[in-house]
Design a protein around this ligand. Structure first.
Ligand code: KIV
Ligand code: ZN
Length: 507
């Protein structure tokens, strides 16, 4: 097979990244964009882990028609049954069963023998197979497991009905040649391996996730598990855009294709960054702000004469817009809807109404509304849809001879308005204290960043924050032409994530 199956786990492993909690609505929005991107398999979540995750997977399974929708399950009956319950309405459902395989995990975590693990793997794959033909199995921590034992497990689960065998480098410990040898060993030693798809799932603890994934592909793996912007547990997962663009750009070397519409990459990356609150570093390959910017005079000279001199990819091939000047004060609903569709956003009537209103307000303050402004505005709209508390009003008085004083009014979960005020060391401190008086969730602000979405003095300011509560971090993002208001929105966003996570844990 000359095609590599792209398995996206942004909504499962990606969402496991500390602080990246997404609401159900945000997950659905990302899933729709992943479908447009041409993802073969979307891992939508881990239904047994919380009622919110269950609901998100169920909704995605119902809505997504162009990709297989996969649900993760521990190797136990309850988790598998719950996974099936969540995805049974999908056009193409897959259950992904995983169980630790390494002696380290068996000895210290599961306290089980290799024989027991073998038996459970076999039984649980058979259980999943009763529900759907499409069953994936992952022996967790495979890269630190004795290869002969992996072969035994894989042989057993193929017999039980697994159709995809995924080899995870769970802790990002492998190096390319080693992981490649493991994959080749599997092809040479596991009976009937040619009847199934071999997959890899690499973490980036040593910065080798993409290199490891590509080497596994070179040695025969035909499914790769990855995430948008490389987000994921700890240092993240292999970055989808880097793998896909390497296969495309170096087709002369790999001679392999994917189903991905690469022109959707940039949009997908922006959406995931906006909704998770994880900024993409400027020098990030493929989608970083500097990825196609030439600074040195010699390079600029070369690119002007012939782009090929210093550009190995055309920025348009990943969907980076050549010009992003779009709308203004006089733009109508139709033009806005069209631009949104071009950017990959299809909103329901209610959200569109809010977004259009926000566009008009923005165009009143800002002469030119760019694509980046629109992305920021839509992300703001999506964030407010799933709020527990909504910021209705914020007002600050400050100055060089004033004690900063803030008044806020929030709309609570029961629709009731609550107002309070407080003083602070600065305007943001005063706002956060006033909000705390209403929401009453102890937390500590650990990071605070402000940046502008576009150039110009009238640009939208974007505030990114991180708060910590009981040792867990939550990111928050807020955008507004007034950075004090953006700061308040970012805090509400982080608090709403915290409250949603708390509720999910309780349930
Ligand atoms: O990293 C890992 O091992 C996983 C498994 C659930 C596949 O995420
Ligand atoms: Zn993982």
């Amino acid at each position: 097979m000359n095609r590599v199956i792209i398995f996206d786990t942004t909504l499962r492993d990606g969402e496991q990244a500390a602080g990246a909690g997404l609401s159900i609505r945000e997950k659905l929005e990302i899933a729709k964009q992943l479908e447009r991107l041409g993802i073969d398999v979307i891992e939508a979540g881990f239904p047994i882990s919380s009622p919110g995750d269950f609901e998100a997977v169920q909704l995605i399974a119902k809505e997504i028609k162009g990709s297989t929708v996969c649900a993760l399950a521990h190797a136990n009956a309850e988790a598998i049954d719950r996974a099936w319950e969540a995805i049974k309405k999908a056009k193409r459902p897959r259950i992904h069963v995983f169980l630790s395989a390494s002696d380290i995990h068996l000895l210290y975590q599961l306290k089980k023998t290799r024989e027991e693990i073998l038996q459970i793997s076999r039984d649980m794959v058979a259980r999943a197979k009763k529900y759907t033909d499409d069953v994936e199995f992952s022996p967790m921590d495979a890269s630190r497991t004795e290869p002969a034992y992996i072969h035994q497990i894989l042989e057993a689960v193929i017999k039980a009905g697994a159709t995809t065998l995924n080899i995870p480098d769970t802790v990002g410990y492998a190096i390319p040649q080693e992981l490649g040898d493991l994959i080749e060993g599997i092809f040479n030693n596991v009976p009937n391996i040619d009847k199934v798809v071999v997959s890899v799932h690499c973490h980036n603890d040593l910065g080798l996730a993409v290199a490891n994934s590509l080497e596994a592909i070179r040695r025969g793996a035909r499914q790769v598990e990855c995430t948008i912007n490389g987000i994921g547990e700890r240092a993240g997962n292999a970055s989808l855009e880097e793998i896909v663009m390497t296969l495309k750009t170096r087709n002369d070397f790999y001679n392999l294709t994917t189903n991905i519409d690469t022109t959707q990459i940039y949009r997908t990356s922006r959406l995931v960054s906006e909704l998770t609150g994880f900024i993409v570093q400027p020098n990030k390959a493929i989608i970083g702000a500097n990825a196609f910017r030439h600074q040195s005079g010699i390079h600029q000279d070369g690119v002007i004469k012939k782009a090929l001199t210093y550009e190995i990819m055309d920025p348009r091939s990943v969907g980076i817009p050549s010009s992003s000047l779009v709308l203004g004060k006089l733009s109508g609903r139709h033009a806005f809807k069209e631009r949104l569709a071009e950017l990959g956003y299809i909103l329901d009537e209610e959200s569109f109404k809010h977004a259009f209103q926000a566009l008009k307000e923005l165009a009143d303050k800002k002469r030119e509304v760019t694509d980046r402004d629109i992305e920021s505005l839509i992300a703001e709209e999506l964030r407010t849809v799933s709020e527990v508390y909504h910021l209705d009003h914020v007002e600050v008085s400050c100055g060089n001879n004033n004690i900063p004083t803030a008044t806020v009014r929030l709309i609570g979960p029961d629709g009731r308005a609550m107002a309070d005020a407080d003083l602070g060391a600065g305007p943001v401190d005063a706002i956060y204290k006033a909000i705390n008086r209403i929401v009453k969730v102890p937390n500590k602000l650990t990071e605070f960043t402000v940046k502008s979405v576009t150039e110009g003095i009238d640009a939208i300011g974007e505030v990114l924050i991180r708060i910590e509560s009981n040792g867990i971090g939550y990111t928050g993002r807020g955008a507004d032409t007034d950075i004090i208001v953006a700061s308040a929105k970012a805090y509400m966003n982080a608090l709403n994530r915290l409250l949603a996570a708390k509720k999910a844990r309780k349930e």
